[in-house]
Write a protein that binds this ligand. Structure first.
Ligand code: COA
Length: 168
């Protein structure tokens, strides 16, 4: 494996981003979707990434092992009276877990938020996702509480912890 590179996703990464998220969706039950992936076409994703690139209040990062896209992290702005906050999402393909990629992505997301005046980051994480909760706590995220039955996967419910990072 080569050195992992983190950079902003480009519109031409659309298919690789969708494939990466689909893979992680199939590898864990931690995301809001499973092995079906996100319901977006490559063209829709390309337009989304173009908008992200143009935005100064949201960002979409990817982690690359050579030409292979192996992780993503996004910061999505909220509208109107929530504009000071943004929602965080992060995914790394399983074969690459434990190599510090999640940490690198999160560090760069936090640096972006600070540089662009985003005051609070919010996320929801399954309460049994110890790896992700550890990662978030390592960077100062705090838990607000549990949102019960946040996911329903088949007939199984899963609770989520609501977390935030206050950058004010
Ligand atoms: C959560 C995720 C992004 C972490 O990515 P990663 O590249 O493995 O993260 P890192 O290697 O930077 O860090 C993992 C940390 O978790 C720790 N860890 C590993 N297994 C753990 C466990 N069972 N319990 C607690 N901590 C654990 C590691 O020791 C490391 O901590 P450290 O840096 O203090 O040593 C990745 O596992 C993932 O994409 N999971 C599937 C999707 C997902 O859950 N996304 C989050 C949805 S909210």
């Amino acid at each position: 494996m080569e050195q992992i590179m983190i950079r902003e996703a480009l519109p031409e990464d659309a298919e690789a981003v969708l494939a990466c998220l689909k893979q992680v969706g199939g590898e864990t039950d931690n995301l809001t979707f499973g092995s079906e992936g996100l319901p977006f076409t490559a063209e829709q994703e390309r337009i989304f990434l173009q908008e992200q690139q143009a935005s100064d209040h949201g960002v979409f990062l990817c982690a690359l092992d050579g030409p292979h896209l192996v992780g993503t992290a996004s910061l999505q702005p909220l509208p109107r009276r929530m504009y000071h906050r943004a929602e965080l999402g992060i995914s790394v393909v399983k074969a690459y877990w434990g190599r510090g990629i999640g940490s690198q992505l999160l560090e760069q997301i936090i640096a972006y938020a600070k540089a662009h005046g985003i005051e609070l980051l919010n996320l929801e994480v399954r309460s049994d996702n110890a790896r992700a909760i550890h990662l978030y706590e390592k960077y100062g995220f705090r838990s607000i509480g549990i949102s019960p039955a946040f996911f329903k996967i088949g007939s199984q419910y899963a609770d989520c912890v609501l977390m935030y990072l206050d950058l004010r």
